[in-house]
Design a protein around this ligand. Structure first.
Ligand code: 13P
Ligand code: SF4
Length: 328
């Protein structure tokens, strides 16, 4: 095998015919419980296909935050990770918010403990803190404005010019948005354990195998990977990009759950999972903690629920509300 090829089979998703597979018994049960509970199911693009297919809405962090804010149902079932479900509770506190697995965390959120940020702010009182939404409610409560990968550029452009910005917790997204806006900012040294496993070398090798394919990468990837991509964007924008592009094949450099939605909404094209140096794809172990069985159980039991101190919630709502307004 040449040094230019990957030493494992790439994961290739060809155009699918007959996507309308019947619901399984457990999916039917989830839908019945959902209606009994007067619940809405919100799912992130990285969730397993069985969950995505029966969710009321599947999207990125920004779309999910708007949907959670607008939800009228008594219960929000959040199929994603903990900080996303927390955001739903912050923007719509009268609802019961449940998450199928309370242990579904996020390495990025963990890389910025609230006490460390509070300490930094004490030493640098004039800092304007912009937080990527992948952080805890306690961190959000210490920030001036929140952003997501979908609106980071728009948010940074609205931060008053005289402010010194600290961007937390993702140094890769921060570096990407700093380059795009020309705005210098200090970067918190956090990262996504999954996205940093994509390497320039692995992307170059898969490009040799699929020379016609267009590379789409998430901004949480490292700079050398982003520089090798034709498009860098949030998971939601990946859908629109692949729909509008004339290309027929795409290398998708993010969590492979993304490809379920791409296959449903861009059915006539081929998607190749972004590889790492040792694996054909790169699942987020936290996103994959939610299963269809746990989704059923959390609707049955109305738990585990997201709870937080009201004082933290109120403080965290301020920068989220600012983001939702600036992002319109
Ligand atoms: P998106 O907001 O682009 O969906 O990203 C969320 C995330 O956790 C990426 O790892
Ligand atoms: Fe967090 Fe990375 Fe998983 Fe996204 S993919 S939820 S940033 S650990």
């Amino acid at each position: 095998m040449s040094i230019n090829t990957l030493n494992y089979e790439p994961l290739v998703y060809k155009p699918k015919v007959g996507m309308d597979v019947p619901l399984t018994a457990i999916q039917e049960e989830v839908l019945r419980l959902k209606s009994e509970r007067n619940a809405i199911i919100l799912a992130h693009n990285y969730q397993v296909d069985a969950i995505q297919r029966i969710a009321d809405y599947v999207g990125d962090s920004l779309g999910l935050a708007y949907k959670a804010e607008a939800a009228d149902e008594a219960v929000i079932v959040f199929c994603g990770v903990h900080f996303m479900a927390e955001t739903a509770k912050i923007v719509n506190p009268s609802k019961t918010v449940v998450l199928p697995d309370l242990e579904a965390g996020c390495s990025l959120a963990d890389s910025c403990p609230a006490e460390q940020l509070a300490e930094y702010k004490k030493k640098n009182p004039n800092t304007y803190v912009v937080a990527y939404i992948n952080c805890s409610a306690a961190v959000k409560a210490l920030c001036d404005v929140i952003c997501t990968s979908g609106n980071a550029k728009k948010i940074i452009e609205q931060v008053p010019a005289e402010k010194d910005i600290l961007f937390v917790p993702d140094q890769n997204l921060g570096q990407w948005v700093a380059k795009q806006t020309g705005r210098s900012m200090k970067l918190w040294p956090g990262s996504c354990y999954a996205h940093v496993l994509f390497t320039q070398q692995a992307i170059e090798k898969i490009k040799v195998q699929f020379p016609q394919a267009v590379v789409v990468a998430h901004p949480e990837c490292v700079e050398t990977v982003r520089d090798n991509a034709d498009e860098v964007c949030s998971t939601e924008k990946m859908i629109v990009f692949c729909q509008q592009s004339a290309a027929k094949e795409f290398i998708v450099v993010t969590e492979p759950g993304m490809i379920h939605r791409l296959q449903r909404e861009v059915p006539n094209k081929t998607f190749i999972a972004g590889p790492t140096d040792s694996c054909a794809c790169n699942e987020c172990r936290f996103m994959k903690m939610n299963t269809i069985e746990k989704l059923r159980d959390c609707l049955r039991e109305l738990g585990p629920q997201i709870r937080m101190e009201e004082e933290i919630r109120k403080q965290a709502y301020i920068p989220i509300k600012r983001m939702l307004e600036w992002s319109k």
